[in-house]
Design a protein around this ligand. Sequence first.
Ligand SMILES: Cc1cc2nc3c(=O)[nH]c(=O)nc-3n(C[C@H](O)[C@H](O)[C@H](O)COP(=O)(O)O)c2cc1C
Ligand SMILES: [Mn+2]
Length: 473
Amino acid sequence: MAFKDLREFISQVEKFGWLRHVDHADPRFEIGGITEIAAGLPEVPAVLFDNIKGLPRGYRVFTNPLMTPQRASLALGIDPALKPIDALRAWMKKRQGMKLHKPVLVGDGPFLENSFADAKVDLAKLPAPTWHRGDGGPYIGSGSIVVTRDPDTGWINASIYRVQVHGRSRVSVQFDHMGRHGAIIAKKYWDAGKSCPVAVVNGDDPALFVAGTEMLPAGHSELDFAGAIREAPLEVCAGPYTGLPIPAHAEIVLEGDLVPMAKETVIEGPFGEFTGYYASDPRPCPLMEVRAVHHRNDPILLGSPPLKPPYSSIGLPFRAGGIWANLEAGDIADVAGVWQHMSSLMTVVSLKQRYDGHAKRAALIAAGNFYLGRVVVVVDEDIDPSNINDVLWAIATRCEPAESIDIVRNLWSSTLDPRIHPADKARGAVSHSKVIIDATRPFAWREEFPKPAVLDAEEARALEAKWLAALKA
Ligand SMILES: Cc1cc2nc3c(=O)[nH]c(=O)nc-3n(C[C@H](O)[C@H](O)[C@H](O)COP(=O)(O)O)c2cc1C
Ligand SMILES: [Mn+2]
């Protein structure tokens, strides 16, 4: 199942018909703009940019990599033909039984085909789009993995933090908060008066990208987790400057030092966020002095800029999977599925009601464990929570606003929330309220509720098997 590298994944994407090629785009605003427009097309294609303005032919950028449930499934080793809700269920199951694979060390890797050190480092020679008009500058890392090693235990952390370019050999690494593992590790070096060795790794088997977004516990390496997704270890090489394990088939790698923040910082941002806004101000971030650049021949930068919802970087809502698991762990019976829409800003729980109060019990657990978004909806089991039109149909026909809507205050959000006043953010008041919309049929008279005039799922599948081909152009 494993992909050898990003290139093998891209050819698979092309075979499925999900890839578009664009030539001669400008990395300043155009690549980002085209990426946003492509995401808005019905088939949500991935895009491979070549002949980029200002760069040699062959230096490419690949965007919208895993934006659909199908491409996310492909990257996870799950059948891309599954319905989205079944793909999420399959991922939850795979994740539970997964076996970690430590990376294997190899002597050489394609990322070392071209190397530049010290004075020869010049980041202007590599693709780094300025994604949105209001962004503070070009970003070489929007889906890059930042690799660091814990100085006490040797544990390797490899997560996604954005990386802005500030000159020939200077970039910033943005930790949302100092609880990020990369930040915890860097601080250990800084507290000892040292710089933290760091590598920014771009492009490899997309399993690495998925692993880089996962909230694994401290001490657990995302490299091992990527191995678990691909069901085979990653191959890594020791970085010539840092000695850090670097995925051998990566496309573009920066090695260098994260300078102690007490010594020097750099103002980072603004950067368009996944909520679709610029909700946090530019602020001082750790500076990485780049000491070496390595790249494959004709390198491909994996770009994953945040886009206005509903598009999110991974087309399967993993956080909805987390809430689904919470509901099951909380003994909530007969949950048919959990999904999130609007880049995980809206949660929908589908269940078969067993008793009066069942739906609200599930909704409150979902609301309690729901980050940043304000809208929780509960629907009956005949509604596919991943189908936004079905969900809206349920809200429009089964919810009586005077009876079925609750507001719960002081719940989990963050400074990324565009609807919290800057002054409140500044004093740490970043909780918000959430609405619970009960769009299930009222339990007590559910049997009398008008019957839906629609196909049941089984009949629909049977008809599709026989007639769908005739309906497709
Ligand atoms: C496309 C993408 C970009 C991200 N950018 C950042 C970022 O700039 N800063 C950050 O702290 N987290 C960012 N994240 C979230 C972290 O990657 C994620 O929370 C990760 O689990 C953190 O890993 P850690 O627990 O090892 O620190 C991003 C996630 C994705 C999917
Ligand atoms: Mn981690």
